[in-house]
Design a protein around this ligand. Structure first.
Ligand code: PGA
Length: 270
């Protein structure tokens, strides 16, 4: 199974720092079995696009607007992202929800616009600490996923990647167990099955994000129900990000992977 590792640099990195980063990353950026995506801040996209093309890795953006053009000061069109060589876009990251008032409705509109422009949306969902403590994880995931997915047809839905990122795990050094993440991933698949089809439930790509490091990544990538990781802090250091990909199964061949390959069947979603 091809894994996906997405670096979310957030509001970090200067032009010079980025040059050094890619120089360093190029020494160990060749992964047979992994799609590597780097999401730099918007103004670095064009420069990063050249590096990504050279390294054979993908470029992502951290945000997008839902309109294609017009009087929307400070926003960025999905068409422009596409023009710059962007392939993936993070939508509904909890920092955008928390600091910029991004609602499920906005997330839904952005996802639709991104797909229309030919981008692959990476939709971030996850519960806060209070929601975790009051056992609301399942409800929150259901609300966030259905709000976004309800507006899509099955062809659009297939383009979406879901990143399960518990808000309390982001940047905190705390993580759920692999087993807990797997449970949420199965819930997401069940929801997709209810909304669309069993095929989409099986095929949709699900990532885990929140304090992923080279030391814990295998816990979240070993399962057949998860496809990789969305990485903040640990992606800011090129060598650390390379080791993370490697430890997450990025360069292992199929014969020595010890993943859970039990096929999913209908009963899993009942
Ligand atoms: P973190 O961030 O890896 O620093 O916890 C993850 C994210 O916010 O996507």
């Amino acid at each position: 199974m091809q894994r996906i590792f997405i670096a979310n640099w957030k509001m970090n990195m200067s032009v010079a720092e980025m040059e050094t980063y890619f120089q360093e990353f190029s020494k160990n950026s060749d992964f047979d079995n992994a799609e590597v995506v780097v999401c730099p801040p918007m103004p670095l996209l064009s420069l990063a696009a050249q590096h990504c093309a050279e390294l054979g890795i993908a470029l992502g953006a951290q945000n997008v607007f839902w309109e294609e053009a017009g009087a929307f000061t400070g926003e960025v069109s999905p068409l422009l992202l596409k023009d710059l060589g962007v392939q993936y876009v993070l939508i509904g990251h909890s920092e955008r929800r928390q600091y910029f008032g991004e609602t499920d409705q906005y997330v839904g509109r952005k996802v639709k616009a991104a797909i229309k422009a030919g981008l692959r949306p990476v939709v971030c969902v996850g519960e806060s600490l209070i929601e975790l403590r009051t056992n609301r994880t399942e409800d929150v995931i259901e609300e966030q996923i259905s709000a976004v997915m309800r507006g899509l047809d099955p062809i659009e839905a297939r383009r979406v990647i879901i990143a399960y990122e518990p808000v309390w795990a982001i940047g905190s050094g705390m993580t759920p167990t692999g087993e807990q993440v797997k449970e949420v991933a199965l819930q997401i698949r069940k929801l997709m099955g209810d909304l669309f089809s069993l095929k989409i439930a099986r095929d949709i790509k699900i990532l885990y994000g929140g304090s992923v490091s080279p030391d814990n990544v295998d816990e979240f990538t070993a399962s057949y129900v998860l496809h990789g990781a969305l990485v903040g802090n640990a992606s800011l250091d090129a060598n650390k990000f390379s080791s993370l990909i490697q430890n997450g199964g990025g360069i292992r061949t199929a014969s020595n992977q010890q993943e859970d390959t039990t096929p999913l069947h209908e009963g899993d979603f009942a």
